[in-house]
Design a protein. Sequence first.
Length: 280
Amino acid sequence: MGGAGDMISVQDLFFTYEKAGEEGAKALNGINLTIDRGEYTAVIGHNGSGKSTLAKHFNALLTPTAGEVLVDGMSTRERKYLYEIRQRVGMVFQNPDNQIVATTVEEDVAFGPENLGLPPREIRERVAEALELVRMADMRRHAPHLLSGGQKQRVAIAGVIAMRPRCLVLDEPTAMLDPRGREEVLQTVLRLNEEEGITVIYITHFMEEARRARSLVVMDRGRIVLKGPPRQVFARGDLLRSLGLEVPPVTELAQRLKGRGLPVAPDILDAEELVTSLCS
């Protein structure tokens, strides 16, 4: 069983996509991972590394071929826990249009609580609270299809938040957005983690987004090859590049300057820190 502080515990997880009449493709190959309550973890890796497959195990959209995934101590293999697990772990996907189902923003956010059979007053309270948290309360009467990409994704997040999850899993939530939309979504997620204490698991291929997390998990070919704080992970620039990944631009610059003999730390994460290091 996972420890008392574990939100999610993954133990020797293997997963194979079944293919009719042939041997399946192994997508996850012996994953061990613990996500603490209140943590903000980013999962990075190139396409096909297994990060999205792993994300879908966190709320039992997929279940292990072998091994175990525990959410608050409940095994995702046990169908009797399925409802509770999906109450605790909410998923936000890449394309917000696929998660928007209603004709106004507030109706869309109310969809999940209504399906829980909650009384109308509690539904209204949850919708108002969720829209306030994602800073979309003033758009509650708007039609979702008229919103920007970033606004749509914030509405999709509000719809999940209205279900009162303890953990939010976001699978490439900004992949289809422009830079402004990406920043809107990222700031929303950071605020939910820091101010509301919601555990966040953030799947991304944007290194600038990944560096904002408190811990990083690097995946390659269905395995975890590196994990730790962003500063520690991005200091391994050569390893990341060998996996087809980049490091944040400022970190890349710091590592190049160090390679040319300047006394600069290889784990710098932002421009202000680089300036301070160079001046000292």
